[in-house]
Design a protein around this ligand. Structure first.
Ligand code: ADP
Ligand code: MG
Length: 500
């Protein structure tokens, strides 16, 4: 078997940099560069990309001119709080207006004025999630005094951290004008006009407010990371849009495969925001690693000790990580920061901390973010230059035959996912689901929703748990059941985006 074939099941390390060849591919027996990738990159750099890219100076000038044209005249008073803006607001603003999306503000607003639905694709980190909802808010507030903006996220972590960031950018308290709503936690108030929420929560709101009258703009972010709730929401929004011509729907995604969204929303226009692309070099292990955890940690240390430039490391693992002992005074400090969905928000925020400073002898300090797949697209961590991907993830796998759902560490390769998909059998899953709802008396023999079923639907819980909570009233044990239920559904370390 050739090396090229073996790499498909091996580990990979990608590096966001165009620097010289380093100690990895030259000396390390651990990694090598796939020639095919190197050639492709070379061709791309020389023939296609460079001819189109203006020099950085002219790009920066064009960008500033565009920003100057679109950015509203800054007042010193925050219209939301009536207070003068803090220095932090201005610091963040200067960073914000240099994000790639800002160049497109005018075009975005114009397209939004002319269309009810808009699909927007932009690279991770370009400013979609943090900036565009703020423009939409501006748009809505100029037209409707009582409507706001909803922006859905496939993951709870993203909803919480993005809301915190945007509240800071708008210089308002989190939970005031900007808030978030996730299962079991509602950080909003009567003042909230920009709400980040999981798609499951918006769906839940739609149960009591079917036309989503509270919102002038509904944004579906990371639409490519579709969950069951996202799909239902899209169907629902399509219907709501017919009855509410004043409602705008923005579908945002990090991938280029937006054609299907456009088709679904009656050929909605597509806007593409090019990000600041960084050339990425991909290195693969020559052999599959027996202990991928050990190999991943070894790679982190190799990067830390051999790489001359600054830059943090992002390591994808399936669960929690190990500590790195001190490496001695000659090597810079290495700060490990875990990131997983059930980590408390204040600890999640640590991923944005700066790396440890250089030692007096010049040894570079680095931050290593050890993350489950939540860092794939939902969160952008500045300063990350090295990404280590052992190619495994914990996935929620449902076996309809034994009706058990479990979290398995699985390879993320195409082949295995196809194999697994084949084993699960979608018609069998659906049949079992209907059967379960029927056993629980949520639907009758004709498949119609029963009164109990509609009551169960009100609970943000799996059907079994919802039925248990309702039944607990008959047995006088509601309190006990509620606390067990919250524990069961809240403290579930999972990479499953459907956990809202
Ligand atoms: P996108 O949605 O296009 O991936 P975002 O709007 O999430 O991009 O982020 C845009 C930029 O804002 C990031 O590149 C990063 O610089 C900054 N940013 C976003 N969230 C945070 C945060 N919580 N802390 C610090 N910086 C952040
Ligand atoms: Mg985003």
């Amino acid at each position: 078997m050739s090396k090229r074939h073996r790499i498909d099941v091996g580990d990979s390390v990608s590096k966001r940099s165009s620097t010289k060849q380093n100690c990895f591919d030259l000396q390390s027996p651990y990694l090598f560069v796939r020639e095919e990738d190197r050639d492709k990159r070379h061709d791309k750099d020389n023939n296609i990309e460079k001819s189109r890219i203006p020099s950085s100076a002219s790009l920066a000038m064009a960008q500033h001119a565009a920003v100057a044209a679109t950015f509203p005249k800054t007042s010193t008073i925050n219209p939301f709080t009536g207070m003068p803006y803090t220095p932090r607001y201005h610091t963040l603003l200067s960073k914000r207006i240099n994000l790639p999306v800002w160049e497109y503000k005018e075009k975005f607003i114009d397209t939004m004025n002319k269309n009810q639905t808009l699909v927007l694709v932009g690279e991770t980190g370009s400013g979609k999630t943090t900036q565009i909802p703020q423009w939409c808010l501006e748009w809505v507030r100029a037209r409707y005094a009582k409507k706001g903006v909803a922006c859905t996220q496939p993951r709870r972590v993203a909803a919480m951290s993005v809301a915190a960031r945007v509240a800071e950018e708008m210089d308002v308290g989190l939970g005031q004008e900007v808030g978030y709503s996730i299962r079991f936690e509602d950080c909003t108030s009567s003042k909230t006009i920009l709400k980040y929420m999981t798609d499951g929560m918006l769906l839940r709101e739609a149960m009591s407010d079917p036309l989503l009258e509270n919102y002038g703009v509904v944004m579906l972010d990371e639409a490519h990371e579709r969950t069951l709730a996202t799909d239902i929401l899209m169907g629902l929004l399509k219907e709501v849009a017919k009855q509410r011509p004043d409602l705008k729907i923005i579908v945002m995604s990090a991938t280029l495969d937006a054609g299907k969204f456009q088709t679904y929303f009656d050929n909605a226009p597509l806007m593409t925001v090019p990000g600041r692309t960084h050339p990425v070099e991909i290195f693969y292990t020559p052999e599959p690693e027996r202990d991928y955890m050990e190999a991943a940690i070894r790679t982190v240390l190799q990067i830390h000790m051999c790489e001359e430039g600054e830059g943090d490391v992002l390591l994808f693992l399936t669960g929690q990580e190990r500590e790195v002992e001190s490496l001695g005074p000659d090597v810079g400090e290495l700060k490990c920061i875990p990131l997983y969905s059930t980590l408390p928000p204040n600890l999640q925020q640590r991923i944005f901390e700066p790396p440890p400073p250089k030692r007096t002898n010049g040894a570079i300090g680095r931050k290593v973010v050890v993350s489950t797949n939540i860092a794939e697209t939902s969160l952008t961590i500045d300063g990350v230059v090295f990404v280590i991907d052992p190619g495994f993830a914990k996935q929620k796998v449902y076996n309809p035959r034994i009706r058990v759902e479990s979290l398995l560490v699985t390879a993320i390769s195409k082949a295995s996912s196809q194999q697994r998909a084949g084993r699960a059998g979608p018609p069998e899953t659906l049949m079992r689901a209907l059967e379960l709802l029927n056993y629980l008396a949520a639907i009758d023999d004709d498949g119609e929703l029963t009164e109990l079923g509609s009551m169960m639907a009100e609970f943000p819980l799996d059907p079994q748990l919802a039925k248990m909570v309702i039944a607990s009233c008959d047995y006088n044990c509601s309190n006990e059941i509620l606390s067990v239920t919250a524990m069961l559904s809240g403290n579930n370390e999972s990479c499953d985006p459907s956990l809202w």
